[in-house]
Design a protein around this ligand. Structure first.
Ligand SMILES: Cc1ncc(C[n+]2csc(CCOP(=O)(O)OP(=O)(O)O)c2C)c(N)n1
Ligand SMILES: [Mg+2]
Length: 540
């Protein structure tokens, strides 16, 4: 059923956005997009504004990732859009359904040198699934609906529309298109059966499940498949927490042992990229399960690579009719390795060192975090430690920047998380270097009453770069920051509060104060600059 609506371009856009379940916009003011604000203001549509456009796009991405619905950022023409490009690119790498609406200089005098006149499309086209200029107001609802359909169709991703000034300011009437359903992509049943057969027959299979399992609402199907075939499960990205840590098939620490010993590695809903040694697992056969044929790796020849709706594929795996090899010894072997690693971690997380080492920060944090807390990583080594020591207990509670690895997501992701979950703990784990990209947006959080906790691992260096550079060259440049800087004072100045912690014993009370504060609160932990996260590849 279609409906006719009347209004200016902003109103027409908002009507289509609402119909698609968009519930708020993130923006930074610019005259080119005033009609979108007017439409929001007149209808009580929530609008959150920020101090740098990258935060608006990251906030929209956090909404998209956490809530599995479109996130919206509205950016003004020219520099507003260009400032949002790292956010768009991150969303592209993360398959996040983000819509960026851009203002655009007037079309009727295009080429005469209007303020902020530039054609955004060639810049955004490579990092979006769909990018289009909408020249006429009556075309806006169609364009918004088409863009959101593209964003939500697996393999998901960001989309971009811009509206020339006269298109968004003019009044028109237009048809609000009926919402197209997004049909699940049917996988090839032979390929699915082949994958199921390989896993069932394997002696030492391993599953690694990533973000698309959560995005595709396939968490229950993953669990059913793992239980039915008795396969140990590791996770990354938004897949973390898919199995609760206490589940007998949930593993995190024994990954190296698992991948060294596995005969079949099943990678689900995540690319075979640098995080997974580019899909090279020695002699093991690789099964790559992806949500769309475009996601099959070109650099690896998997033994099977079913592509399609992950829920359908994983349910088919769970229902595999054939025999299953017994994996009990393999699971027990991994459990022994996992338990040993956990015991080592527990010691590190309790260690009383001076200066504080990052492990202890996470040891204390684990005591105050609720099971449904949202934790956000933005930084180098400090965040690698977070990945190692924090164990998300539920899916959809851990936000990292993803394979694009862009620093600066912190305050934007925090805003999107707070808006998504007004009653949960939101905790950003931030390197002191990373803090520089977005800390000004504490002002936006404080002003708009969006409290979050920020824990800074303050080692006074760009640690993830300094240590590798020293290892490579014997010296380092451009890797130092001011030591012991009072990032907590920055947050206090911006309307929040905070404190600096130098002794391990003071961490717990400081964290409890932070979660009780009711305003953005930064715990500035002075950590050991000599501490380097052990990694095999040091380039980032
Ligand atoms: C936008 C951006 N610029 C630069 C980098 C390269 N980079 C990756 S980690 C890192 C160091 C981060 O330092 P900090 O946030 O202080 O964390 P630490 O490693 O010290 O714990 C840098 C500069 C990046 N990933 N993204
Ligand atoms: Mg640092």
């Amino acid at each position: 059923m279609t409906e006719r609506i009347e209004g200016h371009g902003g109103e027409l856009a908002l009507a289509a956005l609402r119909a698609y379940g968009v519930r708020e916009m993130f923006t930074l003011s610019g005259g080119h997009v005033f009609p979108l604000y007017d439409a929001a203001h007149k209808t009580g549509f929530p609008l959150y504004d920020v101090r740098h456009e990258q935060s608006a796009v990251f906030a929209a991405e956090a909404v998209a990732k956490l809530q599995r619905r479109p996130g919206l950022a509205v950016l003004t023409a020219g520099p507003g859009v260009t400032n949002g490009i790292s956010g768009l690119t991150s969303a592209y790498f993360n398959a996040s359904p983000v819509l960026v609406l851009g203002g655009r200089a007037p079309q009727f005098r295009w080429g005469s040198g209007s303020l902020q006149e530039m054609d955004h499309l060639p810049l955004v086209a490579p990092v979006t699934k769909h990018a289009e200029t909408v020249f006429s107001p009556d075309d806006i609802p169609r364009a918004v609906t088409a863009a959101l359909t593209a964003a939500l169709t697996p393999h998901r991703g960001p989309v971009f529309l811009d509206f020339p000034l006269e298109a968004v300011f003019s009044v028109s009437d237009a048809e609000l298109p009926a919402l197209p359903g997004i049909a699940p992509v049917e996988p090839d049943t032979d390929e699915v059966a082949k994958a199921a057969g390989l896993v069932a027959a394997a002696s030492r299979p391993v599953i690694i499940a990533g973000s698309d399992v959560y995005a595709g609402d396939a968490v229950d199907a993953l669990r059913a498949a793992a239980e039915s075939l008795q396969v140990p499960v590791f996770t990354n990205g938004m897949g973390r927490g898919a199995l609760p840590p206490e589940h007998p098939l949930a593993f995190a620490k024994a990954r190296r042992v698992a991948l060294r010993g596995a005969d079949v590695v099943v990678v689900i809903g995540t690319p075979l990229d640098f995080r997974l040694s580019f899909g090279d697992f020695g002699d093991a056969q690789v099964v790559h399960i992806v949500d769309a044929p475009s996601q099959r790796a070109a650099h690896v020849q998997p033994a099977a690579a079913p592509a399609g709706d992950l829920r359908l594929i994983l349910t088919a795996l769970a229902d595999h009719p054939g025999d299953r090899a017994d994996h009990a010894d393999w699971i027990a072997e991994l459990r022994t390795a996992e338990d040993a690693a956990k015991a080592r971690d527990a010691e590190e997380m309790a260690a009383e060192t001076d200066p504080i080492r990052p492990a202890r920060v996470y040891g204390e944090l684990r005591k105050v975090l609720a099971r449904d807390a949202i934790t956000i990583g933005d930084g180098g080594d400090f965040v690698s430690y977070a990945g190692r020591y924090l164990e998300p207990a539920q899916p959809g509670t851990w936000l990292d920047p993803g394979p694009y690895g862009c620093l600066g997501t912190g305050m934007g992701y925090a805003m999107g998380a707070r808006v998504s979950h007004p009653d949960r703990q939101i905790c950003v784990l931030m390197g002191d270097g990373a803090a520089g990209f977005s800390l000004m947006d504490v002002e936006s959080l404080a002003r708009q009453k969006l409290p979050v906790v920020i824990v800074v691992g303050n080692n006074g260096i760009w640690g993830l770069e300094k240590h590798p550079m020293r290892a490579m060259y014997g010296y380092d440049v451009a890797a130092d920051l001011q030591p012991e800087l009072r990032y907590d004072h920055v947050v206090s100045a911006l309307g929040g509060a905070g404190e600096t912690v130098a002794k391990a014993g003071d961490l717990g009370p400081a964290l409890r104060r932070a979660f009780d504060a009711g305003v953005p609160y930064l715990v500035n932990v002075l950590t050991d600059p000599a501490d380097a996260y052990p990694r095999s590849s040091n380039l980032a």
